[in-house]
Design a protein around this ligand. Structure first.
Ligand SMILES: NC(=O)c1ccc[n+]([C@@H]2O[C@H](COP(=O)([O-])OP(=O)(O)OC[C@H]3O[C@@H](n4cnc5c(N)ncnc54)[C@H](O)[C@@H]3O)[C@@H](O)[C@H]2O)c1
Length: 269
């Protein structure tokens, strides 16, 4: 996969999955716009990729804020000359049931995870259209299909991204723009590390994150990034409106991993 001449925008590109996605595209000769609200990490990531020979620039932006996105897209076009590929990856994880999620938290989660993808697409699609074809990849989650306890706003936002993916895939097929969702399981990024660090039992939480996959380890962020890159590439030329699991078999395990092995399962056969 070679992206020479292509301009790629990666939101949430300062850290984690987005950072590795920016690296994968840059290594494959794309020009990369890293978009993130974390100015320190965004600057460091862009500098590191540029030092490795990449054509990479950091654009500090809160992608949940329309006024900022509205200014961002012309700034990217002015810097690089257009947009071919948009990776809507920015997101945050917050916890609570409907009873323990105040309105402000609900809005915060929707803004960072869902509204951001709508806003970025709204302003980037006209630019991608000008190029004649392109691709959008959105980072959903296994929680785009399943739910976990005490995560209502996140689950709803990630389910919403599945709808956004499907709706945009239909609306923009005529523009030769493909839209797909990538759905990771527990990935070893600052998002998960920070949640673990704030818990009563950090190592226990990390072990639990590993145990939910058939491979009994967390996903490495570059393993998600490479699927994103594939979906954005011409190798995936007839793939649109789809959701690709990168979950190490998590979602196929009915009743949990190791249920039968442990010998505790009723009705073994
Ligand atoms: N790590 C996991 O286990 C996991 C699993 C499934 C899905 N995801 C999703 O993958 C995506 C990336 O997550 P990650 O694990 O790399 O997290 P991360 O925290 O390591 O990186 C996310 C980046 O998004 C940025 N960001 C968040 N809100 C923003 C906003 N409003 N404007 C601009 N930048 C913003 C953050 O500053 C950060 O740099 C998220 O959408 C997340 O929900 C992560």
């Amino acid at each position: 996969m070679d992206f020479t001449g292509k301009i790629v925008v990666v939101t949430g590109g300062a850290n984690g999955i987005g950072k590795e996605t920016a690296r994968e595209f840059s290594t494959r000769h794309a020009a990369v716009a890293i978009v993130d609200r974390d100015e320190k990490a965004g600057t460091a990531t862009a500098q590191a990729l540029a030092a490795a020979g990449g054509n990479v620039h950091f654009f500090p932006t809160d992608v949940g804020v329309r006024a900022q996105v509205e200014k961002l897209i012309p700034a990217i076009v002015s810097k690089f000359g257009g947009i071919d590929i948009l990776i809507n990856n920015a997101g945050i994880q917050r916890y609570g049931s409907v009873l323990s999620t105040p309105e402000e938290l609900w809005d915060e989660v929707m803004s960072a995870n869902l509204k951001s993808a709508y806003l970025m697409s709204r302003y980037a699609v006209p630019e991608i259209r000008k190029r004649g074809s392109g691709a959008i990849v959105i980072t959903g989650s296994v929680q785009s299909f399943g739910a976990v306890v005490n995560s209502v706003a996140y689950v709803v936002a990630k389910h919403g991204l599945l709808g956004l993916t499907r709706a945009m895939a239909l609306d923009h097929a005529k523009d030769n723009i493909r839209v797909n969702l990538v759905c990771p399981g527990a990935t070893d990024t600052p998002l998960v590390r920070n949640v673990a660090a704030a818990s009563d039992n950090p190592q226990g939480l990390l072990d639990a994150c590993a145990s939910i996959h058939a491979f009994k380890r967390m996903i490495r962020p570059e393993e998600v990034a490479r699927v994103i890159v594939f979906l954005a590439s011409d190798l995936a030329s007839f793939v649109t409106g789809d959701a690709v699991m990168v979950d190490g078999g998590m979602m196929i395990a009915c009743g949990g991993m190791g249920f039968q092995e442990s010998g505790t399962g009723a009705g073994k056969n």
